[in-house]
Design a protein around this ligand. Structure first.
Ligand code: GDP
Ligand code: IMO
Ligand code: MG
Length: 422
């Protein structure tokens, strides 16, 4: 069984926790897009791991983790992540971590460009400033440095010089800042390339023969941060939706059996851009504090809002979602009333549809009773309070896709299997 798992909102839906749970059933876990803008949290026996580049399956013994060609890799961050995991006793080598030679490398000039562009923008995007956008721009402009170039010192030096010729001129002339020395960067980054070389593996060749392996593709970000279908320009620079899993991994010969969509029981967003169900005041405060809604990568406070089913329905379509995992139900435990957006008002006379410009959407809500009791220790679906089951069943019916698991806490074991409705 091969599956893709994607976020259905604006990221931080709890993908890391669910990958860690579901990957028991897979042999290979694959990141296929994004970079260290992602922060995927897994909590095991009180220890918190936040993954930025390495798939969240690395904690399970015997799994092969893959960083596909669609990922942009900051070598420093990846090496830090490998080192930290080794320190915690997790075995990592080229046997269980494989990196595509076609990944593009994030260089310090990408990070600087990301920060300078963001500063200069009249309407900020709120990027993570990790160099993601500039690195993907270079990939498409065909001047990027791929992993295969990076680990070949001669090619690396040539490409670095070519890039700096143009980039340093932009830094100096457009932004009035100092650029980078090719010699300095070359020396420092050649050392990093040596460390990463043993992990580089031609994935299409390696995985083509053993047809018996099962794959779990780990999406980063969320559907509405997608470069094409998200709330452009307030998006990330990659295609985050499920159809990109095969392209971003070079594993086109793998047959996908299902798409799992992860959705939070409410909505959050980090960075700028439209957010129809966004809350302020006491509810914002409630979600942010109860749900610890602070970015796993940048630490920025997340914007919070009610669950938006119109948005989720669009995400179910775009990803062809066959199963949904609902996370953070426990964060609703103390609310007396819970609202869910079931329609958008687009103009004074027009209701419905998913608009091309989400900033035009005004949410219309349906209200549910809360349950005012803790769900964190519940492990069997039928033991959930009745109003919680009503809430979950309504979501399932509205979306027309089955909810298979409900997560009720950050711990690995805080998850319930939802029986299929009869
Ligand atoms: P990701 O980027 O989608 O992997 O999500 P993040 O790791 O950025 O953010 C999700 C946060 O919620 C993390 O701190 C998780 O430990 C936490 N989390 C995941 N599922 C649950 C849940 O069901 N309940 C609670 N309380 N926390 C959860
Ligand atoms: P995970 O995988 C939440 C957001 C940034 C910003 C926009 C563009 O943990 O769900 P970028 O640095 O990608 O150019 O920033 O995208 N963003 C995320 N928000 N979770 C993420 O990843 C995100 N990755 C990027 O906050 O609004
Ligand atoms: Mg995250």
């Amino acid at each position: 069984m091969n599956a893709v798992l994607v976020g259905l909102q604006w990221g931080d839906e709890g993908k890391g926790k669910i990958i860690d749970y579901l990957c028991r059933l897979s042999d290979v876990i694959v990141r296929f897009q994004g970079g260290n803008n992602a922060g995927h949290t897994v909590v095991v026996n009180g220890d918190k791991f936040v993954f930025h580049l390495i798939p969240s399956g690395i904690l399970r013994k015997g799994k092969i983790c893959v960083i596909g060609n669609g990922v942009v890799v900051d070598p420093k961050v990846l090496i830090e992540e490998i080192t930290a995991l080794k320190k915690s006793g997790i075995a990592i080598s080229g046997r269980n971590l494989k990196i595509s030679p076609f990944c593009h490398i994030i260089m310090p000039y990408h990070r600087l460009m990301d920060a300078l562009r963001e500063q200069a923008r009249f309407r900020k995007i709120g990027t993570t400033k990790r160099g993601i956008g500039p690195c993907y721009s270079d990939k498409i402009a065909r001047c990027g440095i791929r992993m295969v170039d990076f680990i070949d010192p001669k090619i690396f030096l040539q490409k670095l010089k070519d890039n700096l010729l143009e980039k340093n001129a932009i830094f100096r002339k457009v932004y009035g800042v100092k650029g980078f020395s090719a010699a300095g960067l070359y020396q420092e980054y050649c050392q990093l390339a040596k460390i990463l070389k043993p992990y580089v593996c031609n994935l299409s060749d390696y995985f083509y023969k053993p047809k018996d392996k099962s794959f779990l593709f780990e999406g980063a970000q969320g559907t509405f941060l997608d470069i094409d279908f998200g709330t452009y320009p307030f998006v990330t620079s990659s295609s985050v939706i499920a159809p990109n899993a095969l392209l971003g991994s070079g594993l086109g010969f793998v047959k996908l059996d299902k798409t799992i969509g992860v959705a939070k029981a409410y909505t959050t967003r980090v960075g700028e851009g439209p957010f129809p169900t966004e809350l302020d005041g006491k509810y914002l405060n409630y979600f942010r504090t109860t749900g610890s809604e602070f970015g796993a990568t940048t630490g920025r406070p997340r914007r919070c809002g009610w669950l938006d089913l119109v948005l989720l329905k669009q995400a179910v379509r775009l990803n062809n979602v066959s199963e949904i995992v609902l996370t953070k139900l426990d964060i609703l435990d103390q609310l007396k009333k819970i609202k869910v957006c079931v329609k958008y008002r687009l103009t004074d006379s027009e209701v419905g549809g998913f608009p091309c410009d989400l900033s035009k959407a005004k949410p219309l809500y349906k209200e549910f009773n809360g349950w005012n009791s803790s769900t964190q220790d519940i492990r069997i679906f039928k033991d959930l309070p009745k109003p919680a089951k009503i809430y979950i069943n309504f979501i399932e019916d509205f979306l027309g896709a089955k909810i298979t698991f409900v997560s009720v806490g950050e711990k690995r074991e805080a998850i319930l299997k939802k029986p299929v409705k009869g």
